[in-house]
Write a protein that binds this ligand. Structure first.
Ligand code: HEC
Ligand code: HEC
Ligand code: HEC
Length: 134
């Protein structure tokens, strides 16, 4: 079989591929703004060196595992203190430690989770700090 007018068939295919993949490359631009978790809380404003329990890239990608680990240590093994990689010690508590610094859960945890489409559902049992309760 001969292909008549091959260039225009190829051009047509390219346009089709472009249309089909449009949603992907369209969103690759700055159309959906990345979440900006707010660090504007009284405790964080008062901190000398503004750092989390572990380095930020680790916290960003592994905080869920850290929280799960903390819960298991507290609930199953009855431990209370976490020693961070730099030697500092923290009470393993969602409310007492994480939310002491990150008391703006809606503007911090919430902004990322809304963006990522996750709803960890911790607040049915653990209390959110007052400032988030309408
Ligand atoms: C069904 C209720 C329930 C839900 C939902 C829940 N927890 Fe808990 N969690 C508990 C209870 C009860 C304890 C034990 C409290 C204690 O020993 O003082 C606990 C303890 C913990 C602890 C260790 C101690 C503390 O006070 O922080 C962590 C960390 C924790 N949970 C994290 C989470 C996270 C993160 C989520 C959301 C993904 C979550 N939990 C959802 C009931 C719940
Ligand atoms: C001593 C105060 C403090 C405590 C306690 C704390 N954080 Fe942080 N956290 C910070 C600060 C400050 C930053 C921002 C660091 C930076 O700008 O690099 C941060 C950053 C983060 C980030 C990354 C945010 C981003 O922009 O990517 C996550 C996620 C996070 N924290 C979660 C947690 C969780 C979960 C806990 C408890 C297990 C916790 N933090 C406990 C102060 C704290
Ligand atoms: C920098 C953005 C960011 C911040 C800030 C952040 N999270 Fe997350 N969190 C995520 C993303 C993204 C996921 C989903 C990760 C995945 O599914 O692999 C997630 C998942 C989780 C999960 C596991 C949910 C599940 O269904 O497995 C828990 C628990 C959690 N976050 C707790 C918190 C808490 C508590 C805070 C505030 C103290 C917080 N996160 C702040 C981005 C963030």
């Amino acid at each position: 079989m001969r292909i008549y007018n091959a260039p225009s068939i190829i051009a047509g295919l390219l346009v089709l591929i472009g249309l089909l993949t449009f949603p992907f490359w369209y969103n690759a631009g700055d159309v959906v703004a990345a979440p900006e978790p707010s660090l504007d809380t009284p405790v964080l404003q008062g901190l000398q060196d503004k750092q989390c329990i572990e380095p930020t890239p680790y916290m960003r990608s592994k905080h869920m595992e850290l929280l799960r680990h903390w819960r298991d240590e507290v609930v199953r093994k009855g431990k209370a203190i976490y020693v961070a990689s730099d030697g500092r010690e923290y009470e393993m508590s969602l409310q007492g430690t994480c939310l002491d610094c990150h008391s703006n859960t809606d503007q911090f945890c919430g902004r990322c989770h809304d963006y990522a489409g996750v709803e960890p559902g911790c607040w049915t049992c653990h209390l959110q700090p007052e400032e988030n309760v309408p």
